[in-house]
Design a binder for this molecule. Structure first.
Ligand SMILES: NC(=O)c1ccc[n+]([C@@H]2O[C@H](COP(=O)([O-])OP(=O)(O)OC[C@H]3O[C@@H](n4cnc5c(N)ncnc54)[C@H](OP(=O)(O)O)[C@@H]3O)[C@@H](O)[C@H]2O)c1
Length: 231
């Protein structure tokens, strides 16, 4: 099968499309034919080895000291189950699924990927395209887990900083439509209408205004892009 691999850290040019062995599912695994995947900011950071100061050693131990230990990136995918292991009961051949590869060493940037049936894997909702489903995985899980920490109650005010990104767009929708909060989204000029359409009752353009200087006090502030000043 074809896969996009990187054998050393660096700019996008280190990526190559090559032939590698097609994986064979173990007894508890499904083999997914990948129809859609994503390139997230996480993929680009791993490829270029861009990590926060102080994280160099732990990141290097995780990703590979001299060269990448996991040569195929890709944290999210959607596709169709092509084969199942002998013990698999939750899925069958032909099921359309979407998945995170976060717990299985990445590998979405390939034609096929195996995942355990009890992994981060679910049936794709019929009203989503493969592309839409693949793009909902990592940002959605991250937004949900972070917002749970805020114990948000209906009617509370929530500010989402970085509201137009993968994490932020999910956070705006979950906080407003699922948790019933009054959401303010912070993003750049071009994305104000997008963020409003996702459920934000107020939007702030970070290129024009600084939400920390005026405006209301919020019950919860979710920095979805790690760029708001901690103070
Ligand atoms: N995506 C995932 O699955 C995932 C999972 C775990 C953790 N994370 C982490 O979560 C963070 C965000 O990831 P992401 O995937 O959502 O990134 P992303 O899709 O690239 O989105 C980043 C957003 O941040 C906004 N932004 C950029 N500079 C800003 C600034 N100075 N002030 C305010 N907003 C700014 C951008 O808005 P404009 O385009 O409107 O400028 C953009 O929409 C990253 O640190 C990432 O490592 C992501």
């Amino acid at each position: 099968m074809k896969a996009v691999v990187y054998t050393h850290y660096g700019p996008p040019e280190v990526l190559r499309i090559v032939e590698i062995a097609k994986p064979v599912p173990k007894d508890n695994e499904v083999l997914i034919k990948v129809h859609a995947t994503t390139v997230t900011v996480g993929d680009t950071r791993m490829r270029s080895f861009t990590v926060p100061r102080g994280q160099w050693l732990p990141a290097r131990l995780y990703l590979g000291i001299r060269k990448p230990r996991r040569p195929v990136l890709g944290m999210e995918l959607a596709g169709e189950i092509e084969a199942v292991g002998q013990q698999v009961t939750r899925f069958k051949v032909g099921d359309a699924v979407f998945a995170s590869t976060f717990e299985v060493g990445f590998g979405g940037h390939a034609e096929y990927k195996c995942l355990p049936e009890d992994g981060l894997l679910a049936i794709k909702p019929a009203n989503l395209t493969f592309g839409e489903a693949a793009a909902a995985v990592g940002g959605g899980m991250t937004a949900l887990r972070c917002l749970e920490q805020g114990r948000i109650q209906p009617g509370q005010t929530v500010l989402v900083y970085g509201a137009s990104g993968a994490v932020g767009t999910n956070a705006v929708q979950i906080a407003s439509r699922h948790l019933g909060a009054e959401v303010t989204g912070v993003c750049s000029t071009a994305n104000l209408e997008l963020v409003r359409s996702l459920g934000a009752i107020r939007v702030i353009d970070y290129t024009q205004d600084d939400f920390t200087r005026d405006g209301p006090i919020y019950d919860v502030v979710f920095d979805a892009v790690a760029k708001a000043p901690p103070a």
